[in-house]
Ligand binder design. Structure first.
Ligand SMILES: Nc1ncnc2c1ncn2[C@@H]1O[C@H](COP(=O)(O)OP(=O)(O)OP(=O)(O)O)[C@@H](O)[C@H]1O
Ligand SMILES: O=C(O)c1ccc[n+]([C@@H]2O[C@H](COP(=O)([O-])O)[C@@H](O)[C@H]2O)c1
Length: 189
């Protein structure tokens, strides 16, 4: 079986925290690849700001461009409405029968798993891999393989707020992503 990690997210914008957890899991589980999968509409929160799907994909491509085993999987952008992971993974498991999928989630999503759409059915399709996130407990009744990762208290919301208040985002996102955000005037200022 080909072992594939999937980091689903809103990536609004992608940041160093995403890259660190993807890389830690990639090495810990000896994965073949990690696919970064931007959602169309996050099922549990509002998508803030006026950044387009194309811009989020572009920022992801810039963020991962120097990693030979990271790729973008954009199939969720082809479907309207909330991006339920179960619906997506049904398609992917059907399409790639020799792949074993490891769905990577941070502590906030581990705590929220009970509320995921068709979570019991989804558990038959993927193995969940949990990574600690500051201020979240990672406690769950579901089967989640926990991977120890350096914790970084960083979020896309924090980056959007920094931009709104004219603060620095250097090192919080890869340089190429910072250039793109600044050149395109994303997230204010
Ligand atoms: N600093 C972090 N540490 C651990 N996991 C993280 C971190 N940042 C994001 N993640 C995980 O990455 C996935 C995608 O996150 P997402 O793109 O929504 O970023 P976010 O920073 O949580 O965004 P926002 O602040 O807009 O809610 C989620 O599973 C989330 O738990
Ligand atoms: O399927 C669900 O019910 C569900 C509920 C919450 C989150 N998710 C997925 O979990 C991933 C991380 O979510 P987010 O919103 O933090 O980017 C992303 O791929 C979401 O589509 C999925």
């Amino acid at each position: 079986m080909v072992k594939i990690g999937i980091l689903g997210g809103t990536f609004n914008p992608p940041h160093t925290g995403h890259l660190i957890i993807a890389n830690e899991v990639f090495h810990a589980l000896e994965l073949e690849k990690v696919w970064f999968m931007p959602n169309q509409e996050p099922p549990h929160k509002k998508k803030e700001g006026n950044v387009s799907n194309q811009q989020r994909v572009k920022m992801l491509e810039l963020a991962i461009q120097d990693h030979p085993h990271f790729a973008v999987e954009s199939l969720e952008l082809e479907r309207q409405g909330p991006s339920y992971t179960y619906e997506t993974m049904k398609i992917l498991t059907d399409r790639h029968k020799n792949h074993e999928f490891y769905f990577i989630i941070g502590g906030d999503m581990i705590e929220y798993l009970a509320k995921w759409h068709k979570i019991d059915e989804l558990q038959q399709l993927v193995k969940f891999v949990g990574v600690n996130r500051p201020r979240y407990s990672s406690k769950t009744e579901y089967e989640v393989l926990l991977i120890d990762s350096p914790s970084i208290d960083l979020s896309s919301s924090m980056i959007r707020q920094r931009r709104e208040s004219g603060g620095t985002i250097r090192y919080l996102v890869p340089d190429l992503v910072r250039d793109y955000i600044e050149e395109n005037g994303l997230y204010g200022s």
